[in-house]
Design a protein around this ligand. Structure first.
Ligand code: NAD
Length: 380
């Protein structure tokens, strides 16, 4: 049933806040109208009828992504989703609940959108996120963070990009017990991965009109690992004389970010620091419900996802803010150079937040995910 005018993208609805969708499905917002040919109006979606589409009825299906898809439909975005769910059994080929077919789908389509995937703390299966990053060689995670007009926080001039090395460092997954009571975790930094992410950061800065790249590190203590990371950043910096380059120790970076985020432009860093700093940056503009990201992989793969996790504390309550995932889908559209649709959806999201009538709880409002999504559709 594939339509040749549509671009195929992989969709991992994820889990955690995911079950929230059950509620959306129950309310008949679901209608993941994968093969609809005509434009869909909101009323037909609310009634659960796509004009010519296929209605997904499974109660455990999609999460906020469903709502996102609804927005894609209202905005008439030419995307055909290929959905893959996290499995119920460990796939021996990936050693995680992620199946090989799911990975193949991203390799084939080269673009995708992923919801959060939960990882048990301190036990259990290999992280699904780590599996994805490793298997697909998603070497850079780009996390834009900017103040949203009309939503007041302590700062109104945040405009940062954090670029996180995504495949090694402290997240190499190499931990073992030496003797009882003593464990060891290996932080791996390679020249190849460091050069690759540094090159991406400088190229990004150059092609996005950015002026400065700051390498964030702790090389005063981790002289070999972070030292190598910095060495690689310096090497790449020499090829981009038009971009200012600086090195900032991570603890000082945290202090500077909280005091005056305008001091930074593009930040590039090893894996763990990127994970922490990007959550800090999210806090500067209103929280995790707002910040998108995109994983960049070898061979032109782009897998967009929200920065946040599966939010078990609010899962199933129709309270989640879908903005982060929606803005991630916007970055996927920009990667595909579908800029007109990306602009339309982004404008509608920003207008809805600025208007202030429908805001989810994390932004101080009392709108449900569904009400907020409907308001975005109205703006579209
Ligand atoms: P989390 O990001 O899920 O939640 C942190 C806080 O932010 C919670 O209070 C949550 O309610 C809130 N929050 C997050 N997203 C929100 C949204 N869209 N709208 C409103 N509020 C939101 O972090 P956590 O609780 O530490 O992790 C939960 C699970 O998610 C863990 O299993 C973790 O491994 C996983 N995780 C996955 C990813 C990913 O898939 N990329 C990222 C981070 C964490």
């Amino acid at each position: 049933q594939s339509n040749s005018n549509l671009i195929r993208a992989t969709l991992f609805p994820g889990d955690g806040i995911g079950p929230e969708i059950a509620e959306s499905v129950r309310q008949r917002y679901a209608a993941v109208v994968l093969w609809a040919e005509g434009p869909l109006d909101k009323a037909s979606l609310v009634e659960g009828k796509g004009k010519t589409g296929h209605i997904l009825t499974s109660a455990d299906s999609t999460c906020r992504t469903t709502l996102g898809i609804m927005i894609f439909k209202v905005a008439e975005v030419p995307i055909e989703w290929e959905e893959h769910y996290v499995g119920t059994e460990v796939d021996p080929r990936t050693n995680s609940f992620l199946t090989w077919e799911s990975l193949e789908s991203v390799r084939r389509n080269k673009v995708g959108l992923k919801g959060p995937m939960a990882t048990p703390i301190g036990k259990g299966h290999r992280s699904l996120n780590l599996t994805l990053r490793k298997e697909l060689n998603l070497y850079a995670n780009v996390r834009p963070c900017y103040s949203l007009p009309g939503y007041k926080t302590r700062y109104d001039d945040v405009n940062l990009i954090t670029i996180r090395e995504n495949t090694e460092g402290e997240y190499s997954g190499l931990e073992h017990q030496v003797v009882r009571g003593v464990v060891e975790s290996l932080k791996i930094i390679t020249r190849q991965a460091s050069l690759r992410v540094a090159e991406y950061a400088f190229h990004y800065a150059k092609t996005h009109g950015r002026e400065r790249v700051s390498a964030i590190h702790k090389a005063n203590i981790m002289q070999k690992t972070d030292g190598l990371f910095l060495k690689c950043c310096r090497e790449v910096a020499e090829k981009y004389p038009e971009i200012k380059y600086e090195e900032v120790v991570i603890d000082n970076c945290c202090m500077m970010l909280v005091k005056n985020p305008a001091l930074f432009d593009v930040l590039v860093m090893p894996n763990l620091y990127g994970d922490i700093i990007s959550d800090l940056c999210a806090g500067l503009i209103g929280g995790l419900g707002l910040t998108p990201s995109c994983n960049i992989g070898e061979g032109g793969i782009a897998l967009a996802e929200a920065v946040h996790g599966s939010a078990p504390d609010i899962a199933g309550k129709n309270l989640a803010n879908p903005t982060a995932l929606l803005l991630s889908s916007v970055s996927m559209l920009r990667h595909l150079e579908i800029h007109d649709k990306a602009d339309r959806i982004q404008d509608a999201i920003l207008k809805t937040i600025a208007e202030g009538k429908y805001r989810t709880g994390d932004l101080g409002g009392n709108a449900t995910t569904t009400e907020f999504t409907n308001a975005i559709c109205d703006h579209l």
